[in-house]
Design a protein around this ligand. Structure first.
Ligand code: ASP
Ligand code: MG
Length: 403
C-alpha cells in the first residue's frame, strides 16, 4: 500500500515525540508499505514565528510571512528525515516546492492549484521514505506560499490525491471522531467509519481533528482519510465515500454548535426582491448565514429570522442597520444565547421519522425549538444555549449511540 501519514504539531511537539513519529513511520515502512509523511511545525512554533514578525511590524508583508512561517515545517521535516536515516532507512525531506505543490499567489492563504508528483514518485521508486514539509507550496513565480493556518492537513490530502495513495492518515492527539463530544456525553463512542458528508455535517465533533476544507478536498479527490492518535495504537475513524459504508446507521452522531447567534428582523417590507437584497448584502459583507426562517406576511410586512456565527454578528448588524435606516425593516433584535444541535446520519435518506423523533425528545425534555432546518442527512434545531448539554445527551441516548 501507499500510505500518506500526516503528523500535527502536538505529535511532533518535541524531539522525543519526533523520534516516536519516526518509529511509527518505520513500522509502516517495514510492514511493506510505501510511505509519504507530511508534518506540521512543532506545536506553538508557527505562533512563535508570527510573534517574531510582530516585534518588527504590525502589518508585515504577506510574502515575507510565508517565507518565515514555512520554515517551521521545514525544521520538523528535516529532523524526522534525519531520525529515519539514523535508523537505517532511506529518507528524504522535501519542501513544498520539491514535492511539486503549486499554488496560486494568495500569500498566507494560498490554494493548491496542482501537484506535480514526479519527484516524489521517483523517490518512492528508489525506496525512500519521503518527508514533506506541510502547509506550503510555491506559486508559478517560485515564491513560497502557505495554505492558511492548519493547512498541513490540506497538504497531506492533496498529496494523497496526487499520488493516488490508498490511505491518508491524519495523526493528532485524539483517537478519532466520536458520536458526540465526550466532554458532554462520556458514553460517546468512537466511530469506525463515516462518510465525507456526515463528517462535514459533524464539523463541530471533528473541529479539533480536521478542518472542513480538508474533508471537502478528500471528498473531491476521493481520498480515504483516517484520523487517529499518534500516542496510541487504537484504530481511528475512517472517513470515506458513502458506498464504502456497508452498514448505514440511521444516526451517526449528534453535533453541537455553540458558536451561533440569531438575528430577528421584524416588520420587513414584503416585496419581491427584499430577501435577495438583504442576503446578497450579507454575503458581500462575508457574513455566513446558516438557517433562515421567514414567516407569513401580515399587512404587507413579514418577519425573517436567521442565524450566523457569533464572529460575524458585528458585520451583520452593519448591514441590517442600513435596511432599518431606509425603513425597509422596522426593528431588529439579536440573541447570542442560542446553539444549534444537529442529528446527522446517512441512514436518514432511506428512513422516515428521524426528525419527528428528535422533536419528541425535545418536547419530553421541555426544550423549546426556535428554528429547524433539515437536509438529506441532517436535522438541525436551534435552541436556548442553556439546554445545549441536556439536548445532546437526550438525543444521544434516544438514538442509542452509546450501544
Ligand atoms: N503550522 C501551521 C499552523 O500552525 C500549519 C499546521 O499546523 O497545519 O497553522
Ligand atoms: Mg493542525
Amino acid at each position: 500500500m501507499l500510505i500518506v501519514q500526516k503528523f500535527g504539531g502536538t505529535s511532533v511537539g518535541d524531539l522525543k515525540r519526533i523520534q516516536n513519529v519516526a518509529n511509527r513511520v518505520a513500522a509502516t515502512k517495514k510492514a511493506g508499505n510505501d510511505v509519504v509523511v507530511v508534518v506540521s511545525a512543532m506545536s506553538g512554533e508557527t505562533n512563535t514565528l508570527v510573534g517574531y514578525a510582530e516585534y518588527f511590524s504590525k502589518n508585515p508583508a504577506r510574502a515575507e510571512m510565508d517565507m518565515l512561517l514555512s520554515s517551521g515545517e521545514r525544521v520538523t521535516a528535516s529532523l524526522l528525515s534525519i531520525a529515519l536515516q539514523e535508523m537505517g532507512f532511506k529518507a528524504e525531506a522535501m519542501t513544498g516546492r520539491k514535492a511539486g505543490i503549486i499554488t496560486d499567489a494568495h500569500h498566507t492563504k494560498a490554494r493548491i492549484e496542482e501537484i506535480t508528483p514526479k519527484t516524489m514518485q521517483n523517490a518512492l521508486k528508489e525506496g525512500k521514505i519521503i518527508v514533506v514539509a506541510g502547509f506550503q507550496g510555491v506559486n508559478v513565480k517560485g515564491d513560497v506560499t502557505t495554505l492558511g493556518r492548519g493547512g498541513s492537513d490540506l497538504s497531506a490530502v492533496a498529496i494523497a490525491g496526487a499520488l493516488k495513495a490508498d490511505l491518508c492518515e491524519i495523526y493528532t492527539d485524539v483517537t478519532g471522531i466520536f458520536t458526540t463530544d465526550p466532554r458532554i456525553e462520556p458514553k460517546a463512542k468512537k466511530l469506525k467509519r463515516i462518510s465525507y458528508d456526515e463528517m462535514l455535517e459533524l464539523a463541530s465533533l471533528g473541529a479539533k481533528v480536521l478542518q472542513n476544507r480538508s474533508v471537502e478536498l478528500a471528498k473531491k479527490l476521493n481520498v480515504n482519510l483516517v484520523t487517529r492518535s499518534s500516542f496510541s495504537d487504537e484504530e481511528g475513524t475512517l472517513i470515506t465515500k458513502e458506498e464504502n459504508i456497508m452498514e448505514k446507521p440511521l444516526v451517526s452522531g449528534i453535533a453541537l454548535d455553540r458558536n451561533q447567534a440569531r438575528i430577528s428582523l421584524m416588520g420587513v417590507k414584503d416585496r419581491p426582491g427584499i430577501a435577495s437584497d438583504i442576503f446578497n448584502r450579507l454575503a458581500d459583507a462575508e457574513v455566513n448565514v446558516d438557517m433562515i426562517v421567514q414567516n407569513k406576511a401580515h399587512d404587507g410586512a413579514t418577519n425573517i429570522d436567521f442565524t450566523v456565527p457569533v464572529g460575524d454578528l458585528r458585520d451583520a448588524k452593519v448591514v441590517v442597520d442600513t435596511f432599518v435606516q431606509s425603513g425597509e425593516i422596522e426593528d431588529d433584535s439579536y440573541n447570542e444565547d442560542i446553539c444549534k444541535v444537529s442529528v446527522v446520519g446517512v441512514g436518514m435518506k432511506s428512513h422516515a421519522g428521524v426528525a419527528a423523533k428528535a422533536f419528541s425528545i425535545m418536547a419530553q425534555e421541555n426544550i423549546n425549538i426556535n428554528m429547524i432546518s433539515t437536509s438529506e442527512i441532517k436535522v438541525s434545531m436551534v435552541i436556548d444555549e442553556k439546554y445545549a448539554e441536556l439536548a445532546v445527551r437526550s438525543l444521544h441516548n434516544a438514538y442509542e449511540l452509546d450501544k
